[in-house]
Ligand binder design. Structure first.
Ligand code: GTR
Length: 420
């Protein structure tokens, strides 16, 4: 717990301004990855595992993402659709509703999971698991895929009206999901709409997974309890639980991937659930891979004001007080070590602070080194479209905030190197 009651006089709320100007980045000192909270240097893999990793995990849990319930939930599943022989016979595609029943709940939380898998693989295949922004039916114009019924943000130009998907929204996100390439490379692709787990708006905690865990009379998570990002990450872990029942998928070779707010989610899922074999953060920015202390682009005050439900309430205490954070995002990335980690930025996505994402990945590499593997070896930002690194890899590609074929080409090569 960080004592914030006694603050230096200079600490005060500043207006909600942001900048994308390197000359305005304050000078900062990052909390040391390899020094424990009691000042002891962390000199061995064993000290990292038994002392430093748990204390960092605890800090991120309590001061940022919030504690998710640790109790087991009952999981049942129901097959919705099952299509064989898609993509010239190369793929199977099915949808499964997984029903989660926490405690003695009278109802269940249904999450509709879409699974594409290579046809006829003799042994279980590795998979990419990634939540999607607007429903499974936006990956493809296949009319067999069920149209999501869940609340979503209005986007009339993409067929989302009155907070519901319409037929016009089919296939609208297909450009972000090169399903055929993923299948041809021998991977399954598993996805679900993130709003199935918790709709992405400040709803007073009345829907999604949170209320299932409230005590009698409780109406909102407590200050250190989970926000929406922790809930989405928790949902990814439940989908991974389900994948243990899928004989054609190898649950020990699942890469968790996410873009933007779902990139933050993928990082937290990978940090908090070590069963994820590989982690990919695409343009995750503030609260994801980017260093908070740089306060470049989106800042803590800004993210906590625009999206008050994403992190826990304890995190808002660091608005305009980045220097007082007991951690920074390089330490979140280090929680994934020694598992392979890919961090990707886009040159026109300055809001997400590409340089802060790169530096974070580079600093995290010291833990990979301690654990006997190689991360990113130079602190000099690479040129556009030139990936660098080993077990920690990074690229900054040309273009805007998005997930492109270029990004996926790198992720597939990275997965080939580590999951096959
Ligand atoms: C922005 C937000 C970012 C990023 C992005 C997204 O509005 O400021 O942190 O998460 O949304 O998820 O698309």
């Amino acid at each position: 717990m960080v004592a914030l009651a006694v603050l230096p006089a200079w600490v005060g709320a500043q207006p909600l301004i942001t900048h994308e100007d390197e000359s305005k980045v304050p000078s900062y000192i990052l909390p040391d990855l390899l020094t424990s909270e009691n000042g002891k240097p962390i000199l061995s893999a064993e000290a990292w595992r038994s002392l430093r990793r748990p204390e960092l995990l605890e800090l991120f849990t309590h001061q940022m993402f919030g504690e998710a319930p640790s109790e087991a939930v009952e999981l049942s599943s129901e097959l919705l659709t099952d299509q064989r022989g898609l993509m010239d016979g190369a793929a199977h595609c099915k949808e499964v509703v997984i029903h989660l029943r926490p405690r003695e709940a009278k109802t269940t939380l249904p999450i509709t999971v879409l699974i594409y898998q290579p046809a006829g693989s003799p042994k279980p295949v590795p998979a990419f698991l990634a939540l999607n922004f607007a429903g499974n039916h936006t990956l493809s114009d296949d009319p067999q895929i069920r149209l999501s019924q869940t609340w979503m943000r209005n986007q009339p130009d993409r067929g989302i009206v009155d907070h519901r998907a319409t037929e016009a929204s089919r296939g609208t996100q297909a450009g972000r999901w090169p399903v055929r390439k993923i299948i041809d490379r021998g991977y399954a692709l598993v996805t679900a709409y993130y709003g199935d787990i918790d709709p992405d708006f400040d709803d007073g905690w009345s829907n999604g997974i949170h209320p299932f865990f409230f005590r009698e009379g409780q109406q909102a998570p407590e200050v250190h309890q989970w926000g929406s990002i922790a809930a989405w990450a928790w949902g990814l872990s439940r989908i991974l639980d389900y994948l243990h029942q899928e004989p054609t998928i190898d649950p020990k070779r699942v890469a968790v991937m996410g873009h933007s707010r779902l990139g933050k989610t993928a990082l937290w899922a990978g940090a908090s659930d070590e069963r994820f074999a590989l982690v990919i953060s695409n343009n995750s920015g503030c609260g994801g891979a980017a260093l908070s202390r740089r306060a470049y682009g989106e800042t803590l005050r800004r993210i906590n004001s625009s999206f008050p439900h994403w992190f826990n309430d304890a995190f808002t205490r660091f608005n305009d007080r980045e220097a007082l954070l007991p951690f920074d995002q390089h330490q979140l990335l280090a929680l994934i070590a020694p598992r392979p980690l890919y961090v990707a930025s886009a040159a026109e996505d300055q809001w997400a602070d590409p340089k802060g994402e790169f530096l974070s990945a580079w600093h995290a590499s010291s833990v990979y080194r301690l654990l006997g593997s190689r991360g990113i070896e130079s602190g000099v930002m690479p040129a556009l479209d030139e990936p660098v690194g080993h077990q920690v890899r990074y690229h900054i590609r040309r273009g805007p905030h998005d997930v492109t074929d270029y990004d996926w080409a790198q992720y597939l090569d990275f997965a080939d190197a580590h999951l096959k």
